[in-house]
Design a protein around this ligand. Structure first.
Ligand code: G3P
Length: 226
């Protein structure tokens, strides 16, 4: 299982990679807007410095047509680095751009995927990651489990190398469902990942351990103090 942070916030990324086993960073123009009008290329160069080469960085194109998407992709690679995963929305223009850029050997994450056929076409176009919008699907009465398991089934049946990257979560239950349905990866904001530790029993258990230790060894905070 792979965990990504869905953010362009520098502090969130620093905190997130410190505490969680994070494979990479994903973002889109709406996420970038939360940071204000950033110095685009320098901001992502800084993110790369923080996350290193061992984690992947997924940045979305913004142009509406195929030629523009290709130019966006080239500008991202030239001005940030060559290892970026280019995120492209799966529209007709997007599919055209994906096929051209895959032929050039680029890393591609297909995004804004809501339906099976949209994703099947992206799979056949050779994408590396398939970003599915779980909560948004559920808001539209699309069964996200069925969409994810449909993709997991086709990836396995036809041996595509693509990984399912489930996104757009509003709670931890949706993340669990995504993994159960066959997603290999999920991306979420740090605040949502931190909710995992909000189960009161976790802290209660740790408090009991701490109290029992303190009652035995009074002023010895740790084992190294013995
Ligand atoms: O990665 C896609 C994700 O950011 C969409 O999330 O919350 O806007 O549905 P949301």
């Amino acid at each position: 299982m792979e965990f990504f942070l869905d953010t362009a916030n520098i502090e969130e990324i620093k905190q997130g990679i410190k505490h969680f086993p994070i494979r990479g960073i994903t973002c889109n123009p709406t996420i970038i807007k939360k940071e204000g009008k950033i110095d685009f290329f320098n901001h992502f160069k800084e993110i790369r410095k923080i996350i290193g080469k061992q984690r992947s960085l997924h940045i979305q194109t913004v142009s509406q047509n195929c030629d523009g998407m290709i130019s966006d992709a080239k500008a991202i690679l030239k001005n940030i680095d060559q290892d970026i995963y280019i995120k492209i929305p799966v529209t007709a223009q997007g599919l055209e751009a994906i096929q051209i850029l895959k032929r050039e050997g680029l890393n591609i994450t297909a995004t804004a995927v809501y339906t099976k056929m949209q994703g099947y076409l992206a799979l056949e176009a050779g994408i590396d990651y398939l970003a599915l919008y779980l909560n948004r699907m559920e808001n539209l009465n699309i069964c996200s489990k069925s969409v994810i398991s449909g993709f997991a089934d086709k990836i396995s049946k036809y041996q595509y190398k693509t990984k399912i990257l489930a996104a757009s979560f509003k709670n931890i239950a949706q993340i669990n469902e995504a993994f159960d349905a066959g997603a290999q990866s999920i991306t979420a904001p740090l605040s949502l990942l931190c909710d995992v530790f909000k189960v009161p029993s976790i802290n209660q258990a740790v408090d009991v351990f701490n109290n029992d230790w303190a009652s035995l060894y009074e002023n010895k905070k740790g084992i190294e103090d013995l």
